[in-house]
Design a protein around this ligand. Structure first.
Ligand code: GDP
Length: 141
């Protein structure tokens, strides 16, 4: 198994619900470590840049508006198969379709306010981590 890094964002809905700690516990209890963390209110430009791959999607404007509606908790998670492990813990994009016991099933309300973001592959993980964190601020333990 490979030690990987992935980018996780606790989105504004979950931050507003005061469940940052509960979500982080899911990661820590399942073998992932926090290698970097920062709370931030994203600007419109930052959110648009982060979600640039979705620019042509009909939900792009709603997604950006939601992501800048309040502060988010941005983290690098590290561990064995961190990318797929995080995706499994998150559950399906639509919380109504997410498996029982996943973060989205337990903490999210709708497909647009769905509690967490997680990189979907090694290339996006590297790009997304570099978007928010200089290499020197990511700590392997
Ligand atoms: P993820 O990797 O599971 O986060 O899903 P995607 O990469 O497909 O989409 C990115 C984000 O866009 C999702 O987490 C949702 O917040 C949002 N999104 C995706 N599909 C829809 C949709 O049909 N409607 C709305 N409003 N938002 C969506």
């Amino acid at each position: 198994m490979a030690v990987e890094r992935t980018l996780s964002i606790i989105k504004p809905d979950a931050v507003a619900k005061n469940v940052i700690g509960k979500i982080i516990s899911r990661f820590e209890d399942n073998g992932l470590r926090i290698a970097a963390a920062r709370m931030k209110l994203l600007s419109q430009k930052e959110a648009e840049g982060f979600y640039a791959v979705h620019r042509e999607r009909p939900f792009f404007n709603d997604l950006v508006k939601f992501m800048i509606s309040g502060p988010v908790m941005i983290m690098v998670l590290e561990g064995e198969n961190a990318i797929s492990q995080n995706r499994n813990l998150m559950g399906a994009t639509d919380p109504k379709k997410a498996d029982k016991g996943t973060i989205r099933a337990d903490f999210a309300e709708s497909i647009d306010a769905n509690a967490v973001h997680g990189s979907d592959g090694p290339d996006t993980a590297a790009t997304e981590i570099a978007y928010f964190f200089p290499a020197l601020d990511v700590y392997t333990r």
